[in-house]
Structures are given as structure tokens and as C-alpha cells.
Design a protein. Structure first.
Length: 133
């Protein structure tokens, strides 16, 4: 289960020109102070005017994690969206009747286990993982 904690909302992507070793060290320090076992999900949602469907976890721990990451020495780009922890289920630019039908009334797991955290580098058609914590 991947939960977005930085990059697409709240704090933006990591600013260019920083040493990966320092970024990893800073974020690893933050992650070591948080305990994530089973994460409870609150709702299935779709981002407005898109075909992006997400599961929203109960926020408290993720809000605290997001604030702690913001407080590191890592520099982040601006993001136009407020922080919204989420697990992306489908990422399409536009919504379709087929997507709406598939996700409308769909059941979702009430909880999941987070096995790792990942650091991704954005690319034109998505991104690639550059570090696994």
C-alpha cells in the first residue's frame, strides 16, 4: 500500500540540486520516529474533474508525518493543492462512465499494512522510485 505523503499535495516535489544522500538521511530520520502498522481507510473518493480515484486513510498520523517532513532540511517545490493523504487506485486524466461505474459503490479494504515508504522522482509519464525506506 502506497500512501502519498509529499509531492502531489501539500509540500510539492523535492527541489532540484539537492544531494540524494542528504534527502534520504533527513526523511529516514523522520520515518524512524513514526509507527505505521495497520492503516485504516476512511473513504473512496475521486479528485474533482479527473479520473483519479483514491482511498483516503484516517489522517491524523499522516498529517503529523507530513508536517515532520516539511520541517526537515529538504527543500520542496510549491504545490497548488492542500495536503491530502491518499492511496491512488486509478490515475486517468479524465473520468469516464466506465470508471465511474467501476468505482461507484465499490468496496474497499478497511485497513492495510504499510510495508515501506518510497521516494519517487517525477517523470513525464509518472515517476520512478529512487529510494525505498
Amino acid at each position: 500500500t502506497d500512501i502519498t505523503v509529499a509531492g502531489s499535495s501539500g509540500i510539492g516535489t523535492i527541489s532540484e540540486g539537492q544531494e540524494l544522500e542528504i534527502i534520504v538521511s533527513e526523511i529516514a530520520g523522520v520515518l524512524s520516529s513514526f509507527q505505521f502498522e495497520d492503516v485504516a481507510f476512511d473513504e473512496l473518493d475521486r479528485f474533482p474533474n479527473t479520473g483519479i480515484y483514491v482511498l483516503k486513510p484516517i489522517r491524523d498520523k499522516f498529517d503529523a508525518l507530513h508536517e515532520a517532513i516539511k520541517a526537515t532540511k529538504v527543500s520542496f517545490n510549491e504545490s497548488p493543492w492542500p495536503y491530502n493523504p491518499h492511496c491512488t487506485l486509478c490515475a486517468k486524466r479524465d473520468n469516464t462512465e466506465e470508471l465511474d461505474s467501476a468505482f461507484s459503490g465499490a468496496s474497499f479494504p478497511k485497513s492495510a499494512r504499510i510495508k515501506c515508504f518510497s521516494l519517487y522522482q517525477p517523470e513525464a509519464n509518472g515517476g520512478s522510485r529512487i529510494h525505498k525506506f
